[in-house]
Structure formats: structure tokens, C-alpha cells
Design a protein. Structure first.
Length: 136
């Protein structure tokens, strides 16, 4: 049973990644990886945030997070601003361009959900809803 669930999650993840990359390509954002999109989503959720908070949230080293943030800066998807209270510290936030990309990502998720809804009866929908409530 657990193996079946893992396989299903893998299939869902692959479907999600494929649709996301297709949509990104269609909207001329195809130079973005799924990994970079994950960073943008985390920063979007956290708001203006220090690098070490991003690293902790993603369970990676500060240096790994720093490399990715630099790449995202080059793509004009994140910006660093100096702290008013401590000039050595800086905060990272997403740009308007990144917000547009995140909205595209949400569109993919919603389209997959709509596809699933069409295939499910009311009892199946209630079951999934109950399961998701337990997980969240």
C-alpha cells in the first residue's frame, strides 16, 4: 500500500512538474527550474526574509541558499535590501516578475485539481477533503 502511494505521489509530482515547465515555456519563463520555483514560493510565503531563514526552511546550508539567491537575482526574480537597523544584514524578497511566475504555478495546480475533480464522484471528493484536512 505504501509503495502504491509513493508511486502515485511520484506520478503526480511528475505531472505537476511537466505542466509547470510547459506553462513556463509558454510564458517565456522557461529558464526557471522547479528548484528555483520552490525558492520563489518559499520567499513569497515568508515575505522579506534573511538568507539564513530561507536556508533553514529548505533544510540546506547558507552557502547553498546564497548561490541560488544570486542566480535568482541575475534573473531579476529576487532582490536584496539592506536592513535599516543593521547595515551588515540584508533581506530578500521577490520581484513583481517572480509574483507573475508564482501565479502561473498556482494556475497549474488549479488545473490539475480541476482535472481530478472531473474524474471523482462526490464521495471521492469528500474522502480527499477529509484526508487533506488531516495532513494540513
Amino acid at each position: 500500500m505504501i509503495m502504491q502511494m509513493n508511486e502515485l505521489f511520484d506520478k503526480y509530482s511528475s505531472m505537476y512538474s511537466k505542466r509547470t515547465l510547459e506553462l513556463m515555456k509558454k510564458h517565456k519563463a522557461n529558464n526557471l527550474t522547479i528548484h528555483q520555483l520552490e525558492y520563489l514560493n518559499i520567499i513569497n510565503i515568508l515575505g522579506k526574509v534573511k538568507l539564513m531563514v530561507i536556508a533553514k526552511e529548505l533544510d540546506i546550508t547558507n552557502s547553498s541558499a546564497s548561490v541560488m539567491i544570486q542566480k535568482l537575482q541575475v534573473l531579476n526574480l529576487v532582490q536584496k535590501t539592506a536592513s535599516n537597523s543593521d547595515k551588515r544584514a540584508s533581506y530578500i524578497s521577490i520581484t513583481d516578475q517572480a509574483r507573475e511566475i508564482i501565479e502561473l504555478d498556482k494556475t497549474v495546480f488549479l488545473s490539475i485539481w480541476r482535472d481530478m475533480e472531473l474524474k471523482l464522484n462526490e464521495q471521492d471528493k469528500k474522502s480527499i477533503s477529509t484526508i487533506l484536512e488531516k495532513l494540513v
